[in-house]
Design a binder for this molecule. Sequence first.
Ligand code: DGL
Length: 268
Amino acid sequence: MQHSPNQPIGVFDSGIGGLTVANAIMRALPQEEIIYFGDTAHLPYGEKSADAIRYYSLRIAKFLLERHCKMVVIACNSASTAAYRVLLEFFKGQGLFVNVVDPLVESVAARRFQKVGLIATKATVQSGIYEQQLLHLQPGLEVHSLATPLLAPMIEEGFVHNDVSQVVLESYLGHEQLQGIEALLLACTHYPLIKTEIENFYHHQVEIFDSTDVVATEVKRKLAEHKLLNEQRRHAHRFFVSDYTPTFEQTTRIFYQEDIVLEHYPMW
Ligand code: DGL
């Protein structure tokens, strides 16, 4: 299918955490128009089975492509690990796809660490995709993954930079699984919001990687490769959610600097 540069970029996540990625794309490519979809009706994906996440992701990608998106960015680690390959196959030739795993893996593997840690949702850790891809690029690398399911809801409730977040983080990061690491991958779209706290926990002795800027760079690279970089944005960004509550709208302020109007799209 032929695309043109002035078509929008679709970005989706299980909810509003993917706004960290959307934000990075908007910063890197201010001339691009974004259509964001947060599947708030099914949040959190991190607790769902891979089959369920694949089903939701297929439906959402179809929605974004029907809205003429030239590219779909899977701004969710749980969906990227469960559904990326299926989406590529299913929508072959209908649009470009970017996931949040590959750019992060490539940036970490390029550094040739010996021992790295990873924190993410249960779905992402159980998929084993990060280990597989890291080891593919750097055989012999030690990868220690830990599911940290309390972090995403904690961040959504605004518990960052306070005593509660401090205790929860110390308990997770102090886990024996993560001892002696040189770098830590934040493999969840919510975690960039607590990056400073994590850096402080390690007294800046462990390098922290997240997928915001590396994904934005990959989006730019892929659009340029296909001669699809927009020159001037014509429409405002739009933000859809599959379930609406005023709380979701308030919570977006944690992830996005400006006020956002969420449009309810009852997909399910
Ligand atoms: N956005 C999800 C991810 O990056 C975290 C939240 C969820 O579990 O849905 O994995």
